[in-house]
Design a protein around this ligand. Structure first.
Ligand code: FNR
Length: 196
């Protein structure tokens, strides 16, 4: 069974991006549970001196382990000042490394889908593009298309934070389907090796 870890950058309770992840939980096909990560606010600033086994803050170690255990990531990000919100970038920095070359890189070849929402007309597109650049360095396997840029987000959710815009729901489904295809494609070499 696949297991998707959903990370919303936003810390605020009424976040459109967290609401988007909740919508993903609802529309995800059977066999694709989406867990939402809730400890982003506890992640301390990146510190290279602490980025070694046994020295990392437990919350960071836990995030590394959860990403390693997940079959894929679904990241919902707003855009802050035309780019990736610092809190999200900081967390990604902590999970991008393996200085001892003994633990493995949590993001290496990890299937990732990026989505985002904002009340503005650009709907987080610049943050999404900047995130794609981060995942080039980490050699993660990012879904390129379809994109999900939820602009004018306030028009697409109801007062309880449910995604009610049908075209956005469809597109979200399509993103999840593309993530599943990516996971399956990534597993092909392993399946081929196992049956050899
Ligand atoms: C923003 N916002 C914003 N929106 C945008 O489209 N482009 C931008 O560059 C920015 N910059 C920005 C900076 C800061 C510090 C804040 C707090 C906000 C607005 C942002 O899209 C809006 O607050 C979203 O609702 C944030 O996402 P959540 O919290 O609803 O998930």
């Amino acid at each position: 069974m696949f297991k998707i870890l959903g990370i919303s950058r936003s810390l605020r309770a009424d976040s459109y991006n967290t609401a988007l992840l909740r919508a993903a939980q609802k529309v995800a096909p059977t066999g694709l549970p989406v867990e939402i990560y809730t400890r982003l606010r506890d992640i301390p600033p990146y510190d290279l001196d602490l980025d070694y086994p046994g020295r990392r803050p437990p919350v960071v170690q836990e995030l590394r382990e959860r990403i390693t255990a997940a079959t894929g990531l679904l990241i919902a990000t707003p855009e802050y000042n035309y780019s990736i919100p610092g809190v999200l970038k900081n967390a990604l920095d902590w999970v991008s490394t393996d200085w001892t070359r003994a633990e493995g890189l949590p993001l290496l070849r990890k299937p990732v889908a990026i989505i985002g929402a904002a009340p503005t007309t650009f709907g987080s597109v610049r943050a999404q593009l900047a995130l794609r650049q981060v995942f080039l360095w980490t050699d993660s396997d990012v879904v390129v298309k379809p994109e999900l840029i939820v602009f004018r987000a306030h028009e697409r959710f109801d007062e309880s934070g449910d995604l009610v815009d049908e075209s956005t729901v469809d597109r979200l489904r399509n993103v999840l389907d593309a993530l599943v295809l990516k996971i399956r494609a990534d597993r092909q070499p392993h399946l081929a090796a196992a049956s050899a």
